[in-house]
Design a protein around this ligand. Structure first.
Ligand code: C5P
Length: 232
């Protein structure tokens, strides 16, 4: 899997995301479309951005009974996205059904990655609300292993977990890591962050970067800086 920078396009309307993408006249970045934009604009937004030549990570984090996830993944696959995801807590059976639904008649499919535990879930909330009493790192490793067993390509994880995931699931297992900030940048609401250069060093395969690019005075320059630090 090629290393790349994915821009989190956390905009709430088509007008805003298109105005942002219009700035990129050279290389077309890999972009992440999340629930907010997808629910606001529907599948048409995926097709339009795809037609502009961008790769798309559709971040909808599916979690339902296996049959529903299988059928929903078939719909997402027909949108020709490049990467999508689900919650590993939906079980191995759900993840296997997802792969089945995602696989096109010609055998190709988008990259499928799993969310292990959301980074907003603390050890305390996991124990008290979810009644999962194990250590967070053990839970993340176990869910990543389940994703691998089900045939998924990788996980979304904190950059701080990427090395551990690779040691449990192998180097080829993809780690997609948000929580990236420039050394001289604003952290915003992210707590545990890494620079693109550090994420490269610890073996992240893709970094997901939102505000350091979308809120920059010069987003194209910020994107290029990210690519130079992470890939270059
Ligand atoms: O603006 P920022 O760089 O913080 O954006 C990070 C993106 O990655 C957002 O779309 C956020 O929802 C997503 N994300 C995250 N942490 C996770 C999973 C996803 O920040 N654990």
């Amino acid at each position: 899997m090629g290393k790349d920078v994915i821009i989190a396009c956390d905009f709430s309307s088509k007008a805003d995301v298109m105005a942002f993408l219009d700035k990129f006249t050279g290389k077309k970045p890999f972009v992440k479309i999340g629930m907010e934009l997808f629910y606001a604009e529907g599948p048409a937004i995926v097709k339009e951005i795809k037609e502009r030549g961008h790769k798309i990570f559709l971040d909808l984090k599916l979690h339902d009974i296996p049959n529903t996830v299988k059928k929903s993944m078939a719909v997402l696959s027909s949108l020709d996205v490049d990467m999508t995801n689900l919650h590993a807590s939906g079980t191995v059976a759900m993840m296997e059904a997802a792969i089945e639904g995602l696989t096109r008649p010609d055998g190709t499919r988008p990259i499928l990655i799993a969310v292990t535990q959301l980074t907003s879930t603390s050890q305390e909330r996991m124990e008290n609300d979810l009644l999962i009493k194990e250590e967070m790192s053990k839970v993340v490793a176990h869910y990543a292993h389940n994703a691998k067993v089900a045939g998924l390509d990788g996980v979304v994880c904190s950059p701080l977990e990427a090395e551990m995931v690779h040691s449990v699931c192998g180097k080829e297992f993809v780690t997609v890591t948000p929580g990236v900030r420039f050394a001289d940048g604003d952290k915003g609401d992210q707590v545990r962050v890494m620079t693109p250069a550090e994420a490269k060093k610890i073996g992240s395969d893709y970094i997901v970067v939102g505000r350091p690019i979308t809120a920059a005075a010069d987003p194209v320059a910020a994107y290029e800086r990210c690519v130079n630090e992470f890939v270059g």
